[in-house]
Ligand binder design. Structure first.
Ligand code: HEC
Ligand code: HEC
Ligand code: HEC
Ligand code: HEC
Length: 375
């Protein structure tokens, strides 16, 4: 169904009506990770977030866990490995406060906003019309807020004091200017806020996030109107002092040690890639977005669940892993770094939306391929 929806978008002719918002949400698979307004929640078998959260819940409940171990032979491995998509920021709270043009540009070419959250927004293949429909939806969802004075650089020092005294620095980074005390993965690096939110919205949000969106998880901060303006002026005026991440190190070289399929499966393919590239015959027809198409990308037919499936596309695997390594300078930056401007390859690196595979594991895969893919 998602594939058919994509085909409609891709073959749009001038004069065709704009795609509907529902179509864009479906094409982008937004509900796999977010709760999306007016879109039915996906079952656990389809939703990255729901299933991962479920695994953690069962792991914490001794009775349910004992049952799960009986049903799923690999349960203990699942518990060990599931770490991402457990907390995804609210789409609704984002639509309520973020600048519509910023959202449009970011969905077309995302970058890391939260230095302590490993996973980022995947890159989508959207047409200009689809992006315009999303932009329009954000503009319509933006909450109206009172006008405030323009940001004043003279307030930066007073705002910095408040930022530290009022505990903002407990959760938030602000470029290299502020390092969070106990970083919260879902708290954005406020270095991006001057691009993401209007000055008026920033004041209103700081005063009372829940008045902007019931889904806001930031606690209300009990600041006066004047203090909220000082804090905003600091967020807007601070010297962020952030540098671009260093250049990407030389490509890893193939491991010279003998490598087995079991190692490659355990450390990379069966741990990460399989989740978007499933074999439909082993999963009641579900093939995942990397196989059947998803996030706006057309179907690839690539199944990475069986060794045969991996061998069939082995010539493509090194390039997609190295591409993601290159994209990391924008998509997976650490505290204090500014996401680099990238000239992207038209095809996204793998794993999509996730940090690159560590160099030692890439070396392992390259070694296995070079050794003729023994299995
Ligand atoms: C595979 C999971 C996944 C899918 C699918 C996904 N998102 Fe996201 N989304 C994320 C993650 C993770 C973040 C946080 C990224 C960051 O902070 O760098 C995010 C952040 C956002 C934000 C910004 C919220 C904020 O507080 O910063 C918006 C808006 C958003 N997504 C909209 C969408 C839309 C619209 C779609 C569908 C076209 C979509 N997302 C699909 C995982 C996903
Ligand atoms: C039906 C349940 C289920 C669904 C749906 C699901 N996963 Fe997973 N996911 C798992 C399990 C179980 C593991 C651990 C597998 C292992 O190590 O053998 C896992 C592990 C992962 C991992 C590696 C560990 C980590 O957390 O980083 C990634 C990446 C991943 N999944 C991505 C996704 C994405 C993206 C989606 C949505 C397109 C998704 N998963 C949907 C069950 C699920
Ligand atoms: C307990 C952790 C926590 C504290 C303390 C906190 N925040 Fe937040 N803040 C968040 C989270 C989480 C978000 C993301 C949206 C959400 O889920 O509410 C956020 C969002 C924001 C945003 C929107 C930024 C963007 O680019 O999307 C601003 C601005 C902000 N906070 C400013 C502040 C200020 C100023 C203070 C101190 C008065 C503060 N925050 C205190 C957790 C916190
Ligand atoms: C979050 C989901 C997701 C994960 C995880 C994922 N993929 Fe993909 N993959 C996709 C999507 C979507 C496409 C289609 C994009 C395109 O057309 O280039 C794709 C395409 C590919 C392609 C075809 C690219 C080309 O140039 O033809 C290869 C090869 C691939 N993935 C390998 C991998 C490997 C190896 C991993 C694990 C390291 C992985 N994928 C993890 C979603 C994913």
């Amino acid at each position: 169904m998602l594939v058919a929806a994509f085909a409609l978008g891709a073959s749009a002719q001038p004069g065709d009506p704009l795609p509907t918002l529902q179509h864009v949400f479906a094409t982008g698979d937004c509900a796999r990770c977010h709760v999306v307004p007016e879109v039915a929640e996906l079952p656990r078998t389809e939703s990255c977030t729901t299933c991962h959260v479920w695994i953690r819940k069962v792991a914490a409940n001794p009775d349910a866990r004992a049952k799960a171990i009986e049903i799923f032979p690999k349960w203990e491995r699942y518990e060990r490995n599931v770490a991402t998509y457990l907390q995804v920021p609210s789409l609704t709270a984002g639509f309520a406060r973020l600048d519509p043009d910023w959202v449009r540009g970011w969905i077309a070419d995302p970058h890391d906003v939260r230095p302590y959250l490993d996973e980022g927004m995947p890159r989508f293949e959207f047409s200009d019309d689809e992006l315009s429909v999303l932009r329009h939806a954000v503009a319509a969802a933006n909450v109206e807020v009172p006008a405030t004075p323009a940001p004043d650089p003279a307030n930066v020092e007073a705002g910095r004091q408040l930022f530290e005294d009022r505990g903002c620095v407990v959760c938030h980074a602000l470029g290299a200017a502020q390092k969070p005390v106990t970083p919260l993965a879902t708290a954005p690096d406020l270095a991006h806020t001057r691009d993401r939110m209007s000055p008026d919205m920033t004041v209103a949000w700081i005063k009372n996030p829940q008045a902007i969106s019931a889904d806001a998880t930031m606690p209300p901060s009990a600041v006066t109107d004047a203090e909220a303006i000082l804090l905003r002026d600091y967020v807007y005026g601070a010297d962020l002092a952030s540098a671009e991440p260093p250049a990407v190190a030389a490509d890893p070289v193939a491991s010279a040690e003998p490598v087995t399929w079991a190692q490659v499966e355990e450390r990379v393919i069966g741990k990460i890639c399989i989740h978007c590239h499933m074999d439909p015959d082993l999963n009641e027809g579900r093939a995942g977005p990397g196989n059947a198409g998803g996030f706006g990308w057309a179907a690839t037919g690539i199944e990475l669940q069986s060794v045969e499936g991996v061998i069939a596309v082995a010539d493509k695997i090194p390039a997609v892993l190295l591409r993601r390594r290159h994209e990391a300078r924008r998509d997976t930056v650490t505290q204090g770094q500014r996401p680099a401007d990238l000239v992207r390859d038209p095809r996204p690196g793998m794993p999509l939306g996730l940090p690159p595979i560590p160099d030692e594991d890439i070396a392992l895969i390259l070694g296995w391929i070079e050794q003729g893919m023994p299995h």
